[in-house]
Design a protein around this ligand. Structure first.
Ligand code: MN
Length: 247
């Protein structure tokens, strides 16, 4: 008898704890201010082998990317109002971020955004070909796929020091290739990213050492074109809706 009371009591306590945790999640004040976390990597560390090695993926994701997430959280710790805004909005409007944390948001926020984006546009073999529809779009803007690849590769090779190569949608709806230094985001230049390549040495040094061109050549085998195309559709939709909102 005594034991069953004990179990009932225990169940009540567990129930209250569970309820408390649900209510805490529903509390709008707690839900609003974001605590940034690593996005789940959509594949295993070794899924992009032999092009991108598991050890590099592991360190890149769990150490480098995590460090940006931690630094971003530390930067915004005392800025609950800023943390209520989506990261993309912060990077699009850096001039609206308080000046004392603007550089940190650009670097750490950009680092978090760029890496999250980078993981999402890669995948194991099998998804590497653009669809016919997207291929036509590439042909329209760059002549053909080989010319697009050549231009993007040249851009990626040309980054001096640390940075990124990007395929973006500009405000006119055109596909453009661009590069950014450090962890700068094309969002800050009014562009919408569709595809990106990290050319920081930490992205390739373990396997390719100083051979950035070899890393770039290998990377083409793991581009997730389905995701790139879906990014383009989304970007195109938001462009169309923002145009129709113009006075
Ligand atoms: Mn990186």
């Amino acid at each position: 008898m005594k034991r069953s009371y004990y179990i009932q009591g225990l169940l009540v306590v567990v129930g209250l704890l569970a309820l408390g945790s649900i209510l805490a999640r529903l509390d709008p004040k707690k839900a609003e201010a974001t605590i940034y976390t690593l996005p789940k990597l959509p594949y295993a560390y070794n899924a992009l082998e032999p092009y991108l090695d598991a050890e590099t993926m592991k360190i890149h994701y769990s150490k480098h990317h995590q460090a940006y997430v931690d630094a971003l959280n530390a930067t915004l710790k005392n800025y609950p109002e800023i943390r209520k805004k989506p990261l993309e909005e912060l990077l699009k409007n850096l001039d609206e971020v308080p000046q004392d944390i603007r550089t940190a948001v650009r670097d750490y926020g950009g680092g978090h955004y760029n890496h999250s984006f980078f993981w999402s546009v890669m995948g194991p073999q099998g998804q590497k070909k653009p669809s016919d529809a997207f291929q036509k779009l590439i042909d329209k803007h760059f002549g053909n796929f080989a010319q697009f690849k050549e231009k993007f590769t040249a851009a990626a090779k040309s980054v001096f020091g640390s940075g990124w190569a990007w395929l973006c949608l500009d405000k006119s709806g055109a596909l453009v290739i661009t590069t950014t230094a450090n962890q700068d985001s094309p969002l800050s230049q009014g562009l919408v990213p569709l595809l990106c390549l990290d050319v920081w040495e930490h992205a390739y040094y373990l396997k390719y050492q100083n051979r950035r061109p070899d890393y770039i050549d290998a990377w083409w085998y793991v581009v997730n074109w389905q995701q790139v195309e879906s990014n383009h559709k989304k970007a195109q939709r938001s462009l169309t809706s923002s145009k129709s909102n113009l006075p």
